[in-house]
Design a protein around this ligand. Structure first.
Ligand code: IMP
Length: 189
């Protein structure tokens, strides 16, 4: 394959300030998986990944969790800013299986205001899940509007927009192997 464009590295883009390295993430995810395996010993939890942001975290977390478990996905879309403050979110892709009587572990990339998660946790309880817990890689606690209990938390982070390891900025940067803060969100290239 030939290209006349100069090679530009996406992974070392100067608009990115590294926050957690790939090694730091792997070490923390391994600890979380071990803790989950201990807590759910003898149970068969259903892990529910929230698309799209959680897909890389979920794929590493399940490989660190030595348990008999199931994996499902949901996709949630928030309404516009005005609706968002009311906590209204919409299920864009629903589960393919019933959850009544199941032990559910929601796997989310980041908890920000908490609106998405408080809706999702409520919805799974309403459908008759036996237990609903939450594993979130990142906790942007300063921005919380709804109280959400994070049972397994990777890292607490300051109020900044982060990307990488599944998290995007306008669908970009999900493929970064590490997590970074966007220095200037107005820069598109
Ligand atoms: P919440 O409902 O405000 O807690 O929003 C959670 C969702 O917002 C996450 O699942 C992400 O999709 C998105 N989000 C919040 N903060 C960030 C960020 O810093 N980077 C990328 N996505 C974010």
């Amino acid at each position: 394959m030939s290209s006349s464009a100069a090679a530009v590295s996406e992974f070392s883009n100067p608009n990115l300030e590294p926050l957690f390295s790939s090694e730091q993430i792997q070490a923390r995810v391994s600890e979380m998986g071990a803790e989950i395996a201990r807590d759910y010993a003898g149970q068969r939890p259903l892990l529910v990944g929230v698309l799209k942001g959680a897909y890389i975290f979920l794929s590493d977390l399940v490989r660190a969790t030595d348990l008999r478990l199931g994996v499902e996905f949901m996709a949630i879309s928030s309404y516009g800013a005005a609706m968002r403050s009311s906590g209204e979110v919409r299920i864009v892709k629903d589960l393919d299986v019933p959850v009544d009587g199941r032990d559910i572990l929601i796997v989310e990339d980041i908890v920000d205001t908490g609106l998405t998660l408080s809706f999702l946790i409520g919805s799974l309880h309403q459908r008759g899940a036996r237990t609903v817990r939450l594993a979130a890689l990142l906790d942007k606690f300063e921005r919380r509007e709804r109280e959400v209990r994070i049972d397994y938390c990777g890292f607490q982070i300051p109020d900044a927009f982060v990307v990488g390891y599944g998290l995007d900025f306008d669908e970009r940067y999900r493929n970064l192997p590490y997590i970074a803060v966007i220095k200037d969100p107005s820069l598109k290239d």
